[in-house]
Design a protein around this ligand. Sequence first.
Ligand SMILES: Cc1cc2nc3c(=O)[nH]c(=O)nc-3n(C[C@H](O)[C@H](O)[C@H](O)COP(=O)(O)OP(=O)(O)OC[C@H]3O[C@@H](n4cnc5c(N)ncnc54)[C@H](O)[C@@H]3O)c2cc1C
Length: 427
Amino acid sequence: MRDYAVAIVGAGVAGLAAASFLARRGARVILLEALPRAGGRAFTDHPAALGGAPFDHGASWLHSAERNPLARLGRLRRETLIDTARTRQRILIIDGRRATEAERAARDAADDALETALIARADQTPDPSFAAALDALPPNPWHANSEAIEATLIAAADPAELSLADWRANRLEGTNLLPPAGLGAYVLRLLAPPAGVLALATPVSRIDWRGRDVALETPGGTIRARAAIVTVSTGVLAAGGISFIPALPDATQAAIAALPMGLLSKVALRAAGEERLDLPPGCFVEHRLSARGEPFMAFNAWPRGRDHVIGFIGGGAAWTLAREGAKAAEAFARAELARLFGARAAHAFAPGAVATSWGSDATFLGAYAYPPPGAAAARLALAAPFADGRLAFAGEACHPTLAGTVAGAFISGRAAARAAWRAMRRG
Ligand SMILES: Cc1cc2nc3c(=O)[nH]c(=O)nc-3n(C[C@H](O)[C@H](O)[C@H](O)COP(=O)(O)OP(=O)(O)OC[C@H]3O[C@@H](n4cnc5c(N)ncnc54)[C@H](O)[C@@H]3O)c2cc1C
């Protein structure tokens, strides 16, 4: 007996986008979410350690607003969105002091030249890693910083493991917008599913797609649907968080294996008093690295005018801290702030911190997926529906040019829903 037309697994942005697409068309749809909350990696919290200020554990900016459907939707709904280019200053620190204008100009020029050179190399066959492509360029002291930002922070991957072709395809360009009360809250306002569609605290453990219908195993029993869309992270899929009967096709399994999860972690510290380290609200603080591969934490200070700073660290260094635990991440952030601002930093922050845990959380097992050299095609391979359209994967990992963003997740979820809808109408 079939309960639903479509069952969607995971109520992150992709799942929410798919559910609203199908519900609007009158399809009988259910959205099965393991956690007691929706939003997935778009999650606004109000931690006591930050005085109840909004804190996005995952996504916070609407990147590439010009081609971001969630930015368009927000404008249609008259949501307030802050253009960070207007408000955000970049602060560059060298050996504990502010960089001079000439040093800032040299850093920007090196970044521009590097970007141009790497884009020109991104069509090479075989596809090199980001690091290998950089090795082939004349050395520049600022390459360490560019590499740390482009690979470890933006792609959440170590440069030696990241496909250059995929880096090029997914470069963030254009306007970045910030919802003032948090991106997680914004997503839930815009994509709230109709009543009765969302089943929270309902993890799917097994998907049986042998018959004409798909059967999904949950603690509350088996749910049957004409088709299923699975939006969990590739980390969860690779770890066998959901078992499939029969096993997934070889091409799908290979695509999952070719899209490991990178890690981007955040550590937030609250000001103890009035000390703001001469940093303007919302600024981005970067320090000069002395060598390529050095662990790198950049800071967003006093975001939205609030009294906390957020440190960002990605790639292998983030995985190491994730294994060591939240206290180690906090200690690292405090040590970095002391290195940048000296003794002032020691008194500037209150005890306690908020450290994100995407790497160790079994419902995600990382921040977002990246392909190693030669594997960029895995994104579209994972997105290809199979079993006559009865089973499809969607989510950020599946988007070829907006991967690792809420925009990519949204577009991917909606595309999977459209394909399921068409398949159903064909009968
Ligand atoms: C630290 C960090 C910073 C980021 N910054 C930005 C940013 O500024 N801008 C941006 O655009 N993007 C950013 N991203 C990326 C963005 O958050 C993701 O690309 C996007 O939210 C992924 O959405 P999704 O629907 O593909 O996956 P998810 O959000 O992971 O949704 C999948 C859902 O499946 C659920 N699930 C897992 N297992 C099961 C199961 N067995 N049964 C049922 N449900 C299950 C999960 O709980 C989750 O809710 C960031 C991510 C991180 C981690």
